[in-house]
Ligand binder design. Structure first.
Ligand code: HEM
Length: 437
């Protein structure tokens, strides 16, 4: 499993079916890939589940007690308080911010048609976007330090998941982790303290202001440490997943010129050269389908956080005792030929109005039930704005002879080797002013 997790899970699914029981002492683990049962688990049995304790302990070293980590009533209260700031309507206000960050980044893309580090450029861009949405701060030197720190803590977390306990961080070999944690906590704390020095009526309308108003209204439920923790989760969850998805999307566009041309034509028709506004986004359905199809083939959370039942659960024909661990490999469901014919083909039309329906639980890039991704509206809005603006300016293509990137699952799903693509200026269609004579 540690060598090829999804290959192994897929072989067991083929051999044993959609509910597979593993006995890995002392655990009873159950892998579920039946869409209806997965939805039932996440939606109907939500109250009887907690996330895998060891995984959450590792994540908590960075996220503290944020909504991502909390369970039970603490989680419910946080989620309820945060929901309005992340609603579809609320995130529309960020479209000009996202467009401004994207325009500034795209101005710097070399676009000379040589293979180029697009994954790294997209990671810097999504980090810039989240810093602007969260702190109204533009990317600066701190972004490079933060990028390196995020890489370090992700690699460390990925290793620690598989140890039963973590060695204390003061151990000499953990210096890189200590420095990375200090860099990220320092970044959040600097912005938080700088904002507290400003009078409230001078606060910009960003996510930090929305979080600090929770602190102002109820300092006991929302001490400054809780605001700090939410900033950290928003910063980390908010850029890493979007960067990974946009990288896969860029690959899909480069590898499928006809889909790219169709999406670019839609963008040109809807927007011309101007940056997208929130009102424009619903007018770009095919572009949205390219993002949805990317998330099907390359879900950046290919395995939801494993769940443990806290009481016995009846699921389909099965009865599971308290303490059972459920593994939910979304990637396998997204690539299941029963729901998505020719599953490895990139086909945005699957999400079009004419497409055949698939079971609701077969497509879960953002999870399902009460713990569904808090940032899904923000992520989809951000990715559509960035994708539209890339297509307005550039043509993406795969370097000659490039093989499809292999998958690497390290907290999120990324290409195994940093993705490089060719980026060339998009020729604008010529407009003739002559009239037929
Ligand atoms: C392509 C982008 C994204 C993907 C694919 C994604 C995916 C997910 C998934 C699958 C979960 C649920 C995990 C589970 O059930 O175990 C989740 C949870 C979460 N996501 Fe996202 N996410 C994305 C972007 C974002 C963004 C932009 C933010 C915030 C700015 C965000 C914040 C969160 C939070 C706070 C949770 C925990 C919610 C809770 O437990 O109540 N995500 N995400």
């Amino acid at each position: 499993m540690s060598r090829d997790l999804f290959g192994e899970l897929s072989a067991w699914q083929a051999q044993f079916g959609d509910v597979v029981h593993l006995r890995i002492w002392p655990e009873h683990q159950v892998i579920v890939t039946d869409p209806q049962l997965v939805r039932e688990l996440l939606v109907s049995h939500h109250d009887a589940l907690i996330r895998w304790e060891r995984g959450m302990r590792v994540f908590a070293q960075l996220h503290g007690h944020s909504v991502f980590i909390a369970e039970g009533k603490a989680w419910k209260d946080k989620r309820h308080a945060l929901q309005p700031a992340f609603s579809g309507k609320a995130v529309e206000a960020f479209v000009p911010t996202i467009a401004a960050a994207t325009a500034a980044a795209l101005d710097r893309w070399p676009a000379d048609g040589t293979p180029w580090q697009i994954e790294s450029a997209l990671t810097s861009l999504t980090m810039d976007v989240i810093l602007r949405m969260l702190f109204s701060s533009e990317i600066g030197d701190e972004a490079r330090v933060a990028e390196e720190a995020v890489r370090t803590v992700s690699a460390v977390a990925n290793a620690e998941f598989y140890w039963p306990v973590s060695a204390p961080d003061w151990m000499p070999w953990k210096r890189a982790k200590r420095q990375a944690l200090a860099a990220l906590n320092g970044l959040v704390e600097r912005h938080l303290q700088a904002r507290l020095k400003q009078p409230e009526d001078a606060w910009p309308d960003d996510l930090l202001a929305r979080l600090l108003r929770l602190h102002r209204d109820d300092g006991q439920a929302w001490p400054l440490q809780a605001v700090h923790d939410e900033c950290m989760t928003t910063f980390l969850a908010g850029h890493e997943t979007a960067a990974a998805t946009l990288s896969w999307w860029a690959w899909c566009m480069g590898a499928h010129p006809e889909a790219q041309a169709a999406a670019a034509a839609e963008v040109r028709l809807g927007l011309g050269d101007r940056p997208p506004s929130a009102a424009d986004l619903p007018q770009l359905p095919y572009l949205a389908q390219t993002v949805q199809e990317t998330l099907r083939l390359y879900p950046t959370a290919p395995m939801l956080n494993s769940r443990r039942s806290t009481r016995p659960i009846a699921l389909g024909d099965w009865y599971f005792p308290a303490g059972t661990m459920f593994m939910l490999p979304v990637l396998l469901m997204h690539r299941d030929a029963r729901w998505f014919p020719e599953p490895l083909r990139f086909q945005p039309e699957r999400f079009g109005p004419e497409a055949a329906e698939f079971p609701r639980g077969a497509y879960l890039p953002f999870g399902a039930g009460p713990r569904v991704c808090l940032g899904q509206h923000l992520a989809l809005t951000e990715m559509k704005v960035i994708a539209a603006m890339i297509l307005q300016r550039y043509v993406l293509s795969a370097p000659d002879g490039m093989a499809p990137p292999q998958l690497r699952f390290h907290v999120s799903l990324r290409p195994e080797r940093a993705l490089q693509l060719r980026v060339s200026p998009r020729q604008q269609p010529g407009y003739s002013t002559a009239t037929a004579g």
